[in-house]
Design a protein around this ligand. Structure first.
Ligand code: ADP
Ligand code: MG
Length: 369
């Protein structure tokens, strides 16, 4: 039976993004819980049909690292896409509440243990390899909110670029620009699966630091009060910047925000999204900063006295991995397949000790609130 709106009962709102919202729904005839994404589109009927055809590709995806699809349908003026519900939400919401509650009772962000970030990276790479090699599509929107988790510890990608027409027709003010974009994409050059790798590199730093890397607050692992007033995430800057092509912006000043702009780690001041784009193109890429002594219970074994502990080796592998994701020249940047062969991704004998000390995703996910 085709999916239809009248069979779906709204249970909760899961989130709101740039161009749509996502609801937790029950498919009443079957009792299946789904996530329903509602996208307001601005397109002719012929284009709408084309979008539905393109979305059909999602249906044929079958990978443990890709959110499965129940189908898509038109509910004028929206397109609804029903997918597998991931009950632990996205990695954005996960890390944003890892710091516990502050005095006002609000959730605060905190870093995700490096061993968990490692396992997430491995699954995202698996998803990228699948999309690219089996489906012939790039993801195009890798970021923490598009990497989902469930209490079985499964990690899956959603919102990948199966539909070029959908991309073109989404009624949004901010046209296809994201703070996770690679330098070559910002510059309008041809891009490839390496562009998804860049976005993965930025995402992994964000998860491991507990904040977006182009941020005005230094990463400080000893600090309990990780939620300083200046700390922010790339997402928030987007709502302010209703920019279209860069050339349409009269001046950077025009879009500068007083209170909540994206700032750089050096604390140079508030940057508009346009200035951030320039920064990404011109400046050295961000680095993964890992504490010398693991800050959480992720390693069962203590760091040895000489400083050559398991935790440090792993952290060094992680830094190298992220560096390989964030090479500014896409020719030097590794592909998802190549990254899967690097030290940090290997479970082999040389890393056995480190890997055995790692919490597994299922245990970790199960313990999340
Ligand atoms: P964005 O990804 O930019 O945050 P979206 O509209 O794509 O915006 O998604 C909004 C939120 O809905 C996400 O941040 C995520 O937390 C939640 N979400 C999306 N898809 C699912 C899903 N399949 N299961 C559970 N939560 C989801
Ligand atoms: Mg999304």
């Amino acid at each position: 039976d085709p999916l239809q709106d009248s069979d779906l009962r709204n249970l909760a709102e899961l989130g709101m993004g740039n161009g749509g919202s996502v609801m937790k729904v029950e498919h009443v005839p079957t009792g299946i819980i789904m996530a329903k994404k509602i996208v307001l589109i601005d397109a002719k009927p012929s284009v709408r049909k084309q979008i539905l055809r393109e979305l059909h590709i999602m249906h044929s995806c079958s990978s443990p690292y890709i959110v499965s699809s129940f189908g898509a349908y038109l509910a004028e003026p929206n397109i609804c896409i029903c997918m597998e519900f991931m009950n632990k939400g996205s990695f954005e919401s996960v890390y944003k509440s890892l710091g516990g509650k502050n005095s006002r009772g609000d959730a605060t962000p905190g870093p995700i243990p490096l061993g968990i970030v490692r396992q997430v990276a491995k699954r995202v790479l698996g998803g990228l390899v699948y999309l690219y090699e089996e489906m012939g599509v790039l993801h195009r929107d890798i970021k923490p909110s598009n990497i989902l988790l469930n209490s079985q510890g499964q990690v899956k990608l959603c919102d990948f670029g199966v539909s070029g027409e959908l991309e073109n027709s989404v009624a949004k003010t901010f046209v296809g620009t994201s703070v996770y974009m690679s330098p070559e994409r910002i510059q309008g050059s041809d891009y490839s699966v390496k562009s998804d790798v860049w976005s993965l590199g930025i995402t992994l730093i964000e998860l491991a630091h507990g904040c977006f890397p182009f941020s005005d607050t230094e990463v400080d692992f000893d600090d309990d009060e990780t939620n300083g007033p200046g700390r922010m995430n790339g997402e928030m800057s987007l709502d302010s910047a209703s920019l279209t092509p860069a050339s349409a912006i009269p001046s950077a000043h025009h879009t500068r925000r007083k209170s909540r702009g994206v700032s750089l780690h050096g604390g140079v001041g508030t940057l508009s999204i346009l200035e951030l784009m320039h920064h990404i193109v011109r400046e050295p890429p961000p680095l993964l900063i890992t504490p010398l002594i693991p800050h959480s219970m992720e390693f069962a074994k203590p760091v040895t006295e000489g400083g050559a502990g398991v935790g440090q080796e792993t952290a060094e592998e992680a830094r190298v991995f992220v560096e390989k994701c964030l090479m500014k020249d896409p020719a030097e940047r590794l592909s998802p397949r190549e990254l899967l062969g690097t030290g940090w991704m290997r479970d082999g004998s040389a890393n056995r000790e480190a890997r055995e000390g790692e919490l597994d995703l299922r245990t970790w996910a199960g313990a999340l609130p």
